[in-house]
Structure formats: C-alpha cells, structure tokens
Design a protein around this ligand. Structure first.
Ligand code: CP
Ligand code: NVA
Length: 305
C-alpha cells in the first residue's frame, strides 16, 4: 500500500485535487438534500481527538461519518490517557490500529504532525494553533457556490494573522487568488509563510485600503482559543479591524464576507452584517459538513488503494 495520506494543511493536496474536493462537496450536498443514501463506508470508525472546544467541527464530522455509514468516537484529553501524559506517538500507534480515520484538534501544529507520522490511517487537522484547513474547504465551496471560481480574485483578510489567516495564505497559493492581509502591526502571520507566498500575499495594515475592490472579505475572532487572557488587550489594538458596512463599501459591489464562527458581534464583525438576511455565513458553516464528507471519502478511498 502507498504511504498514508493525511490532511494537515491545504498543501497536502494538489490544486487539482482541491478543485475535485470542492466539486465533490457540492455534489454530496445536493445528493444529501435529495435524500440519497450515502452510506458507502459501512463499519468505518472515526476517532475524534479534541483538546479544544468545538461546535461546528465536532457536529459536522460526527454527522458526516454517520451519513457515510460509519460512526464517530469523541475523545477528549480529560477522558483518555492523552490527558495523563501518554506520548502522542504511542497514542497514534494504538488509536490508528483500531480505527479507519482520525480527526485531531489541538494546540501545537507539531502535535498533529507527530500523530500523523505515527498513524496507519489518514489524519485530518481539525484546527491547530497554526492552521484550520477544513474551514477553508467550506469557505472555498461557499465562494464557488455563490460566485463561481475564486481564481484570479482578490481576498482581504481582516484581523489577526492567526490559524485561519495562515490557512488563507495556503489557499491563495492552491486556489490561485490574491490575498491582502489587514492586521494590526505585531499580529502578522508567520514571516516564512509570507515570504514563501510573496507573489500573491501582501500585508496592508489599513483595512480601508486593503478592502478596496476586493471580492471577498474574511475575518475571525480577535483572540483565539488559548489566548483568552489576551482578550482585553487585543480588543484595544483590534478595534479598527471590523467587517462592517463601511468596510464592505470599499469592496467590489458583489463582494461576499465570511466568518468561520463563533463570532463576536460588535468586535470583528458588526451585528448588522452578522444578521443580514443575505449573508452567506450560515451556508459557510453548513458547508463544513458537505466539504468534510468529500474529504473523508477521498482519504478513505486513497487509503484503500
Ligand atoms: N469554525 C469552527 O471550526 O467552529 P468550531 O470551533 O465550533 O468547530
Ligand atoms: N482562530 C480561531 C478559530 C476558531 C474556529 C481559534 O483558533 O480559536
């Protein structure tokens, strides 16, 4: 059997594979809505290791594997030996000998990498401090559904240079768009990631300048999970970094805005835009389900080959 394939960042798949994944997510959504039986993987077990909170990711993976005919087990560090110091490598060897696919949400990206390096089955990154690639599958699917191909478009990231922003940098490369990052000084994404993508990714600290003519604006919380104690200080520095109607006024006339959620109305996004009847944010959240079903299908099939 060929080497086990994982999905730890968008760079684990080629641009062509990512395009296929998005199209398959769109198709699986249509099939699901039409009531089609999608149980192509009966008896499949999914282990879900979550060291951070989650609503969307947990529910979408649990529902998704059930749609595919399999079942999920939710593993928190509190209830497993992971929380009592069993090495991640040993845990990976044992867990992957019993299940068919693993989803992991954790802190350091190296933890997901070390798990994958010792896993016999595909490992999916469900968010680390550095990347959140599953969210990008849903975001890209949502853009394609509403506006068609994102290739050649301009995207403006508004806010922290965090795991979502860094995933957008990878997406800019893989989906071929320009990315302008409007972050407060001192909150830039990793320098090496910026350098490696300097042909299409730029920092522009002024959000009103960065948003000009953009096709998509994206934001995320000012303080991510694990940064709770920085919330008050960040709230001061991030105040100008809000997606609201004034900022959307700078963007292209048909520009969309997205947010991975959970959102803080009145901080990174205005309540008016969050609650706008035509927002695509709820489609974006729902698409986590469809995109990840396509992802699990692809990885399960690849691991069978
Ligand atoms: N967007 C996202 O990953 O949400 P959860 O933290 O609720 O899973
Ligand atoms: N940047 C956020 C994303 C939550 C889905 C966090 O890491 O908490």
């Amino acid at each position: 059997m060929s080497a086990t394939r994982h999905f730890l960042t968008l760079l684990d798949f080629s641009p062509q594979e990512l395009q296929q994944l998005i199209q398959r997510g769109i198709e699986m959504k249509r099939e699901h809505r039409a009531g089609k039986d999608q149980r192509a993987f009966p008896g499949t077990s999914l282990a879900m290791i979550f060291s951070k909170s989650s609503t969307r990711t947990r529910v979408s993976f649990e529902a998704g594997i059930a749609h595919l005919g399999g079942q999920a087990m939710f593993l928190s560090p509190q209830d497993t030996q992971l929380g009592r110091g069993e090495p991640i490598e040993d845990s990976a060897r044992v867990i992957s000998s019993m299940v068919d696919i693993v989803v992991i949400r954790t802190f350091g990206h190296d933890i997901a990498q070390r798990f994958a390096a010792n896993s016999k089955v595909p490992v999916i990154n469900a968010l680390t401090d550095d990347y959140h690639p599953c969210q990008l599958l849903a975001d890209m699917q949502t853009y394609v559904e509403h506006r068609g191909s994102i290739a050649g478009k301009s995207v403006c990231w508004v806010g922290d240079g965090n795991n979502m922003c860094q995933s957008y940098i990878n997406a800019a490369r893989q989906f071929d768009f320009e990315l302008r990052i409007a972050c407060p000084p001192g909150f830039e994404p990793k320098a090496e990631l910026l350098e490696a993508n300097s042909d299409r990714v730029h920092i522009e600290h002024d959000p009103m300048v960065a948003a000009r003519g953009c096709d998509l604006l994206v934001t995320d919380v000012w303080a991510s999970m694990g940064q709770e104690e920085e919330q008050l200080e960040r709230a001061k520095q991030f105040k100008p970094y809000q997606i609201n109607s004034a900022l959307m006024g700078e963007a292209a006339g048909d520009a969309l805005y997205m947010h991975c959620l959970p959102a803080h109305r009145g901080e990174e996004i205005s309540a008016q835009l969050m609650d706008a009847p035509d927002t695509v944010i709820w489609d974006e959240a729902e698409n986590r389900l469809h995109a990840q079903k396509a992802l699990m299908e692809t990885l399960l099939l690849a691991n069978r080959a």
